[in-house]
Design a binder for this molecule. Structure first.
Ligand code: SF4
Ligand code: SF4
Length: 87
């Protein structure tokens, strides 16, 4: 059973929500890591449509350990993997 975050990664996922198209690939990929199922509700990041527009808020939850899998699969540049400490 997953018991919470272990922040051991030397990387950091940077969020550029302005590039998000709401495809939810990131949530699916993250949930696959933790639950071995495709369940966005079990992912460590939140993607929410803003007021019915084609604009999305993207945020990482405190349980995210910045493994980078979601950033690797986000082809729109909304999640970018950088080194820890980079802005
Ligand atoms: S952050 Fe990237 S992968 Fe996730 S919903 Fe937005 S565009 Fe898709
Ligand atoms: S960095 Fe890893 S743990 Fe964090 S949201 Fe992305 S896939 Fe999930």
């Amino acid at each position: 059973m997953w018991r919470g975050a272990m922040r051991t990664s030397k990387f950091q996922v940077q969020v550029h929500a302005e590039n998000c198209v709401g495809c939810l690939v990131c949530q699916v990929r993250c949930s696959l890591r933790f639950t071995r199922s495709f369940n966005p509700l079990e992912s460590r990041l939140v993607v929410q449509r803003v007021d019915g527009q084609r604009i999305f808020d993207v945020s990482l939850t405190p349980e995210c350990d910045h493994c980078g899998l979601c950033a690797r699969d986000c082809v729109y540049g909304a999640l970018v993997l950088g080194k820890r400490g980079e802005s």
